[in-house]
Ligand binder design. Structure first.
Ligand code: M6R
Length: 364
């Protein structure tokens, strides 16, 4: 049932080209610059929105962070993200002009369900982005969009993160077009990038032997720091969560620009830094952060756009990311999934069932 893989997590990482194809199947109109999504929100409702807010936990929260950036860029709407267990509708907002989107793989996460109930009670319109047909969340919200990633068994979310972000990117195009905020040409480019994403992820997967060797080299480090900006910031957070969850090592994700405001004090020769230098992440700015950590002796592993400019700093290992515009950080993320997997495998951890964690968290 694990299809020859030792762990579901590795199987699910490798399923991503296929699961992403399922996510986008029949939903892209690349030539027309639009998407075909079965959402019942009317054009009038979408045009009158002041704000789209995402509520989610863990990896789904990071998918929400990625999505919020995309919505602000593509749909010209204020977008915010709240950790579901911290949610409260808050003041100074018009619920009738707010769309609250629950991002939840399982559709059963108690914190996310209670956040969406609070939003609904305040009068907001509600939407679920989920992997699970018939899940509790789908019965609570006005409408649902399915990510179609297929069942995920490993406790660590991998393929569902990719499919959540891809689905939310489609939704951003859908909303952007209907708010007349996104031109067809720009939408086409993003849709082309999404169409190229499965192939790009396959190219990353083909480099697994390199990542495995890196993981073996650095497995015994004191801590691991992931850095990125903009769309690569949630990817830094996600890379660190994956690593701590399954390897039990100390890992943190930082907005690259924040290093100098504190975390830099932690950086030594014993703390590898994993940087995402892709499109949509102001990579040229992150270069200076790479230099900052190198000056403290930290080894640097960079997942970088294949066509990155010649000014890129020399690093200990450069992992190439195919050029696919605003979804490049998603392909970079696959390197960090593989890295986390191989560090944990190196230590013989129970990868599919890490201690103290459950696949679906049904208590608040
Ligand atoms: O099913 P959900 O997407 O609502 O789950 C949210 C989190 O519990 C989940 O993403 C968790 O953080 C994962 N174990 C991360 O790998």
């Amino acid at each position: 049932e694990k299809g020859g893989y030792e762990h579901y997590m590795r199987k699910e990482i490798h399923e991503q080209p296929q699961s992403l194809r399922q996510t986008i199947a029949g939903r892209l109109d690349v030539d027309g610059g639009d998407v075909d999504l079965d959402v019942s929100l009317s054009e009038e409702q979408l045009q009158s929105l002041d704000e789209i807010e995402f509520v989610a936990c863990g990896t789904s929260y990071y998918a929400g962070l990625y999505a919020a950036r995309l919505f602000e860029t593509l749909a010209d709407v204020r977008a915010s993200v709240t950790i579901a267990s911290e949610y409260d509708f808050g003041g100074g907002r018009d619920p009738w002009r707010t769309l609250t989107v629950a991002v939840t793989q399982s559709g059963e996460t108690a914190d996310t369900l209670s956040a969406i109930r609070a939003a609904k009670q305040a009068g907001a319109q509600t939407l679920a982005v989920t992997n699970t047909l018939g899940s509790t969340v789908t019965r609570e919200v006005d409408d649902s969009v399915f990510i179609r990633a297929g069942p995920e068994i490993g406790v660590a979310a991998t393929k569902t993160f990719a499919s959540q972000v891809a689905t939310l990117a489609l939704l951003a195009v859908y909303v952007g077009r209907r708010r007349n905020a996104l031109r067809a040409g720009r939408a086409s480019t993003l849709l082309e990038n999404l169409r190229a994403l499965p192939g790009a992820v396959q190219q990353v997967l083909d480099n697994e032997p390199v990542v495995e060797e890196l993981a073996d080299t650095y497995a015994d480090s004191e801590a691991f720091f992931f850095i990125g900006r903009e769309l690569a910031y949630p990817v830094a957070l996600e890379g660190a969560l994956k690593l701590k969850e399954i390897s039990y090592d100390h890992a943190e994700g930082f907005a690259a620009g924040e290093l100098k405001h504190g975390p830099l004090a932690l950086v030594t020769e014993e703390t590898p830094v994993l940087a995402s230098l892709t499109d949509g992440s102001r990579a040229e700015k992150t270069h200076s952060n790479v230099k900052e950590v190198q000056a403290r002796g930290a080894p640097v592993i960079a997942a970088a756009s294949a066509d990155g400019d010649g000014t890129r700093p020399a690093v200990d290992e450069q992992l190439p990311v195919p050029n696919i515009g605003l979804v490049e950080p998603l392909a970079a993320n696959v390197y960090w999934q593989l890295f986390a997997y191989h560090v944990a495998a190196n230590k013989g951890r129970p990868i599919d069932k890490p201690r103290n964690l459950a696949k679906s968290v049904t208590v608040e």
